[in-house]
Design a protein around this ligand. Structure first.
Ligand code: SAH
Ligand code: SF4
Length: 380
C-alpha cells in the first residue's frame, strides 16, 4: 500500500504558546482550566500562586515557581510560556533615560522609554499601537500607517521589560524607580481601549506591580466617545493633546478635531469620571513657532479651561526630517507659560530628555517606525 502526500494543504507555522504573564487574573484562571493544568476548583488557588511569582517576583521560568508541584509545572511548560519577548536594542542616555526596542512578533517592534525624575520617581512611556491611524501634522508617528493594535500582553511586556532592566523585582513600594506609567508612546490608546484596560488591570493589581491607577496616565488626541468608558473602566489619569485653542487651527494640527471639535471635547472632559483638584486633567500643548505660541493664544487657552481642574504641559516641539514646523523660542515658551501660571495653572515645560539616544518625545518613535517598516518589508 502506498500513501500519497497531500500537498494541497498549507503548512502552517506552529502557533506560539500563550504567555501567561500577559493575562488578567480571570484570563489566567480560564487558561489553567482550558489547558487542563488543574481542576476547576483548584484554579483560583493556582492562579494566585502563579500571580505572585509572575507579577510580584517577576519570574520568567515555571521552574522557579517552587511552591507548585513538579508535575503541574511540567504540564504548564508543555502548554504555555511565561518568558519575555526579545529586547532587540537597549540604550541609556547620559541623563539616565533608558530606551528599549522590544520585538514581540515578526515586524512588531515596540519602543519604550523610561525617564527618571518624572512623576514621583520615574515614568515609563508605553505604546498602545504600532503606528497610528490619525495624522497629526507635527507627529512623525502620524505619518506612518497603523500596523496593528498591541495586545494587552504586549503593553504589559513593556512594563515587565523595564522592571527587569531596572532591577525592580520584587516590587518595593517605597523606593521604586518606576513610579508612573504614561500612555504617550506610539498610537492612540482610546482606539485600543480593551487591551489598554486589561494591561492596566494587571499593572495596578496590589499583589503584583501595584502601581496606583492615579499614577497611570492615558494621553489621547480626543476620541470623545471613549472618554467616559476610559474613566469608568480604568480610573486612569487623563491627558488631552490639545495643541490649539480654536477649531480652525486644531483641524489642521489634530485632524480628528474635524470629527470631535473643541466644544464637544471640552464637554466630555468636564464629565470625565473622578475629575477633581486631586485628579486634574493634563492638557498637552506642543509649542510650534508662529503657529500656536502667541500670548493671545495663551490667554485663549486659559479661557477655554475655565472651571476644569487642569494643569498644562508645554512640550517643546521635537523636529523630525521633513517636519513642517519649528520649535518656538525659549523666551516665547516662557512668556506663554507665565500667562498660564498667572491664571493659577501649573504649566511645566517638558524638558526634552534622552536626545542623545533619540528618546525625546516624538523623535524616537519615528526612528523606530522606520526600522519597523524596513524590517517588515524584509520579512514579507
Ligand atoms: N496618541 C496619543 C498619545 C501618543 S502621543 C496622543 O496624541 O495624545 C504623546 C504626546 O506626544 C502627544 O501629546 C503628542 O501630541 C506629542 N507629540 C507627538 N509628536 C511630537 C513632536 N514631534 N514633538 C513634541 N511632541 C510631540
Ligand atoms: Fe497618533 Fe498621537 Fe501622533 Fe496624533 S499625536 S498621530 S494621535 S500618536
Amino acid at each position: 500500500m502506498t500513501t500519497t502526500l497531500d500537498l494541497t494543504r498549507k503548512v502552517q507555522a506552529p502557533a506560539k504558546p500563550l504567555n501567561l504573564a500577559g493575562l488578567t487574573r480571570e484570563q489566567l484562571k480560564a487558561a489553567l482550566i482550558d489547558g487542563e493544568v488543574c481542576a476547576p476548583d483548584k484554579a483560583k488557588m493556582r492562579a494566585q500562586q502563579m500571580w505572585n511569582w509572575m507579577h510580584h517576583f517577576g519570574v520568567t521560568d515555571f521552574d522557579r515557581m517552587t511552591d507548585i508541584g513538579k508535575d503541574v509545572r511540567a504540564r504548564l511548560s508543555e502548554r504555555y510560556e511565561v518568558g519575555r519577548p526579545e529586547v532587540v536594542e537597549r540604550q541609556v542616555s547620559t541623563d539616565g533615560t533608558r530606551k528599549w526596542l522590544i520585538r514581540t512578533a515578526p515586524g512588531i517592534e515596540i519602543e519604550t522609554v523610561y525617564i527618571p525624575g518624572v512623576g514621583r520617581a520615574g515614568a515609563l512611556c508605553v505604546s498602545s499601537q504600532v503606528g497610528c491611524t490619525l495624522n497629526c501634522t507635527f507627529c512623525h508617528t502620524g505619518t506612518q500607517a497603523l500596523v496593528r493594535n498591541l495586545t494587552a500582553a504586549e503593553i504589559l511586556a513593556q512594563v515587565q521589560v523595564a522592571k527587569d532592566d531596572l532591577g525592580e523585582w520584587p516590587t518595593d513600594k517605597d523606593d521604586r524607580l518606576l513610579s508612573n506609567v504614561v500612555f504617550m508612546g506610539m498610537g492612540e490608546p482610546l482606539y485600543n481601549l480593551p487591551a489598554v484596560a486589561d494591561a492596566m488591570e494587571v499593572i495596578s493589581d496590589n499583589e503584583g506591580i501595584a502601581l496606583s491607577r492615579r499614577r497611570i496616565t492615558v494621553s489621547t488626541s480626543g476620541v470623545v466617545p471613549e472618554l467616559q468608558a476610559l474613566g469608568e473602566r480604568t480610573q486612569a489619569m487623563l491627558a488631552i493633546s490639545l495643541h490649539a485653542t480654536n477649531d480652525e487651527l486644531r483641524d489642521v494640527l489634530v485632524p480628528l478635531n474635524k470629527k470631535y471639535p473643541i466644544a464637544e471635547l471640552m464637554t466630555a472632559i468636564r464629565a470625565y469620571p473622578g475629575l477633581s483638584n486631586a485628579r486634574r486633567v493634563t492638557f498637552e500643548y506642543v509649542m510650534l513657532k508662529g503657529i500656536n505660541d502667541s500670548p493671545a493664544e495663551a490667554r485663549a487657552l486659559v479661557a477655554l479651561l475655565t472651571g476644569i481642574p487642569a494643569k498644562i504641559n508645554l512640550i517643546p516641539f521635537n523636529p523630525w526630517p521633513g517636519s513642517p514646523y519649528e520649535c518656538s523660542s525659549w523666551s516665547t515658551i516662557e512668556t506663554f507659560a507665565a500667562i498660564i501660571n498667572k491664571a493659577g495653572y501649573a504649566s511645566p515645560i517638558r524638558t526634552p530628555r534622552g536626545r542623545d539616544i533619540l528618546a525625546a518625545c516624538g523623535q524616537l518613535k519615528s526612528e523606530s517606525e522606520k526600522i519597523r517598516a524596513s524590517q517588515r518589508r524584509k520579512l514579507a
